[in-house]
Design a protein around this ligand. Structure first.
Ligand code: HEC
Length: 160
């Protein structure tokens, strides 16, 4: 119990330091756990992959995914689309590490787990580009910790 209070206090102090006097007031009203949960700042609309990476992803996709999900990611007889409104609605507000893990552990459906982390990240970059998310200067990370900081948002919040 003492430890919990200490952690709560530390979180409160951090929130105050980060957000200033206003947060100092509201942190007292919120429970410490609310104060600790902060929304990821980035989404796929902020240029989180490189153009080269999406090009690499396109070849990996063509080899391992096209047969079921179609050359244009529009889906096939059995497999769902991987770009477009239904897909976006399905993944809206999740983080990229969740989508990454879904691909890496369950796809390709006939040989799940056969893709490397690099191949998975490259395919994900290609999928994002196919959903009109812009390219940026650096590659999308292959590490879950980094991917967890990027949200998948159905629409670009800056365009709303
Ligand atoms: C043998 C056919 C087949 C292949 C090859 C295949 N998939 Fe799939 N995929 C499916 C089916 C069927 C589903 C839906 C059922 C399920 O999730 O198991 C699916 C679902 C998915 C989903 C979830 C879609 C959603 O809306 O949540 C993703 C993401 C995905 N596949 C990505 C890939 C990627 C990337 C590749 C290539 C590395 C790939 N798949 C290869 C058949 C396939």
């Amino acid at each position: 119990m003492k430890a919990n209070l200490a952690i709560g206090f530390a979180v409160g102090v951090m929130a105050c330091a980060a957000a200033g006097a206003f947060a100092a007031v509201s942190a007292q009203e919120e429970s410490p756990s609310d104060a600790a949960v902060s929304a990821p700042a980035k989404s796929q609309w902020d240029g989180v992959y490189s153009s080269d990476q999406a090009n690499r992803g396109r070849s990996v996709y063509a080899q391992h995914c096209t047969s079921c999900h179609g050359p244009d990611l529009t889906g096939g007889e059995m497999a769902p689309e991987l770009a477009g409104g239904d897909f976006a609605a399905h993944w809206n507000n999740q983080t990229l590490d969740q989508l990454f893990d879904r691909i890496r552990t369950t796809m390709p459906l006939d040989v799940p787990g056969s893709l490397s982390r690099q191949q998975t990240a490259d395919i994900l970059a290609y999928m994002l580009r196919s959903s009109t998310a812009p390219a940026g200067a650096t590659d999308l990370s292959t590490q879950s910790d980094a991917l967890r900081t990027i949200k998948y948002l159905a629409t670009d919040p800056k365009a709303e």
